[in-house]
Design a protein around this ligand. Structure first.
Ligand code: SF4
Length: 291
């Protein structure tokens, strides 16, 4: 398969066929993100993408069940181009069950509700969205390019179109100073969206990012394992009226808390209380960075 740059995909897409529809990220300015810093963003042509799909069909036959369209924010493509790609996928892989892509709120809201309905009808089944926080101060610190209101609007647009939504939250994104408001406001935003999935990642500063420089200078203080767990507890406590499934499917997390709301909420809080009763030395070094 042809691929330019590093492959990034959600852990839940480990078994998926990955087709590169865009190279890099059209935003590429989040202060914590190192993923596409070396890439200059560009859209690949629909013809090139269709060629890749045909190659994959020749290689895998029709055994493919899930497909992830990479890289960051592939949804920035014109809707009719994406629809053409989705139709090509359905034609070449008639047994495909799930087609997904990354999409952050800033770019989701650039499309109209009717575009999202057209994309769902063409076969787009799930958006993986890095909202990271629902707190405006944290979002500004991250230079996410969107505020909490924009995240709610984007999330509701995806859900209203009948597309599954996986929202990613970064535990510790506000450091020690903004921890409480990050937890509470992230929960408030998610309560208004009711995404299908909420996925937790714990902040590990990545070398070469502005946030890493702040951390090295002492201007950004990482949470200790117990502080990160307490933040997660506060976040879960404030999640109400939703039917989302929460996962901690990432190596950065201190504890694998998971469950479905509303029934598993109390059990999830108990899981965290147990983790909080353990000696902090048992957890990974909080100062560990991503290379
Ligand atoms: S976090 Fe997402 S939107 Fe932000 S720079 Fe990285 S890939 Fe782009």
């Amino acid at each position: 398969m042809r691929y330019e740059g590093m492959v990034y995909r959600p852990p839940s897409e480990a078994g998926s066929l990955i087709i590169q529809a865009t190279v890099g990220c059209p935003h590429n300015r989040c202060t914590f993100c190192s993923m596409y810093r070396q890439s200059r963003f560009r859209l690949r042509s629909v013809d090139e993408i269709k060629e890749d799909l045909a190659m994959a069909r020749d290689y895998y036959g029709d055994s493919v069940r899930t497909i992830f369209l990479a890289d960051g924010n592939t949804i920035v493509m014109k809707t009719d181009h994406l629809v053409e790609i989705l139709r090509c996928i359905r034609q070449l892989f008639p047994a495909v069950e799930r087609i997904t892509s990354y999409g952050s709120a800033r770019f989701i809201t650039k499309k109209k509700p009717a575009d999202w309905v057209a994309l769902r009808e063409a076969g787009l089944s799930r958006i993986h969205s890095g909202m990271e926080s629902g707190d405006d101060e944290v979002l500004r610190l991250q230079n996410k390019g969107v505020d909490a209101q924009g995240i709610v609007r984007a999330g509701q647009m995806i859900k209203d179109a009948g597309i599954e939504l996986s929202e990613y939250i970064i535990v510790g994104a506000g450091g020690k100073t903004l921890s409480e408001q990050h937890a509470q406001n992230s929960a408030r935003v998610l309560n208004r969206i009711n995404p299908d999935f909420i996925r937790l990642r714990t902040l590990m500063p990545a070398q070469g990012t502005p946030l890493y420089d702040m951390f090295k200078k002492g201007d950004f203080k990482l949470l200790s394992p117990h502080e990160a767990l307490a933040e997660t507890r506060l976040f879960i406590e404030h999640l109400e009226g939703i039917s989302s499934t929460l996962y901690s499917d990432h190596i950065s997390n201190y504890w694998n808390v998971s469950g479905k709301f509303p029934g598993d909420k109390e059990a999830m809080l108990k899981q965290i209380d147990h983790a909080l009763s353990l000696d902090e030395k048992q957890f990974r070094d909080p100062l560990q960075v991503r290379l």
